[in-house]
Write a protein that binds this ligand. Structure first.
Ligand code: ADP
Ligand code: AMP
Length: 215
């Protein structure tokens, strides 16, 4: 099962991906996570990417396409994968189609999670993320708080607030989404792959909707 989770920043892609990993035993591939790891390691790519990320802009297509090409070639993707935060532009989607065709593979479903903008701002400015890269669980100070403040329920690591989860950067990320990423809804609709869902409601209810689509 090869899935794309599509939706604005804060729509709940990562939250649902974590639940899908447990149920379907397929990896989550988050370009945002891969880029943040590169920033933390201080690699050349990480240093360049950080400027775009801090401004709420997209990292250039060729960089993220290269990341995805390498990641999809890993053996753990053979059973399927969940793309979270990729593709984000039409050229990225076209490149993905090409990479998958070369692997005799294809996308099965594009789950498009719809949440209105003001809700996205509230979600992102209250988001807390687990520092442990092997966990990466996300919480919300009001909507989904951890049992103990500042500590991950799953792995016990410290939680932090991402540099780009401040209101000014969130507004810029939303503008980027509207301009560059929203056209993907039509792109996948035309291919008959789009599975739209309402992203408002409890995390479990949304997960049930997604599982209903995937069967
Ligand atoms: P994305 O990966 O799409 O950017 P996340 O999964 O990180 O979004 O979710 C963004 C924030 O919203 C997190 O703080 C998360 O706990 C919270 N969240 C996720 N799903 C819901 C929901 N259904 N209702 C309320 N808050 C949610
Ligand atoms: P995310 O973790 O998905 O919210 O992504 C955080 C940031 O990483 C984005 O605001 C972009 O700057 C960058 N990024 C992540 N995925 C992509 C992508 N597919 N294309 C371009 N930039 C990306």
């Amino acid at each position: 099962m090869n899935l794309i989770l599509l939706g604005g920043p804060g729509a709940g892609k990562g939250t649902q991906a974590k639940k899908l990993i447990d149920k379907y035993q397929i990896p989550q591939i988050s370009t945002g996570d891969i880029l943040r790891a590169a920033v933390k390691e201080g690699t050349e790519m990480g240093r360049k990417a950080k400027e775009y990320m801090d401004a709420g802009k997209l990292v250039p297509d060729e960089v993220v396409i290269g990341i995805i090409r390498d990641r999809l070639a890993q053996p753990d993707c053979r059973k399927g994968f969940i793309l979270d935060g990729f593709p984000r532009t039409v050229p990225q989607a076209e490149a993905l189609d090409k990479v998958l065709a070369e692997m005799n593979s294809k996308i099965d479903h594009v789950i498009s999670i719809d949440v209105d903008e003001e809700e996205l701002v509230t979600r992102l400015t209250g988001r807390r993320t687990c520092k442990n890269p092997d966990c990466g669980q996300m919480y919300h100070i009001k909507f989904n708080p951890p049992k103990k403040e500042g500590v991950c329920d799953k792995c016990g690591s410290e939680l932090y607030q991402r540099d780009d989860d401040n209101e000014a950067t969130v507004r810029s990320r939303l503008a980027t989404y509207n301009q560059a990423t929203k056209p993907l809804i039509d792109y996948y609709q035309a291919k008959g792959l789009l599975r739209p869902i309402k992203g408002v409601g409890s995390i479990d209810d949304i997960f049930t909707q997604i599982c209903g689509i995937l069967g």
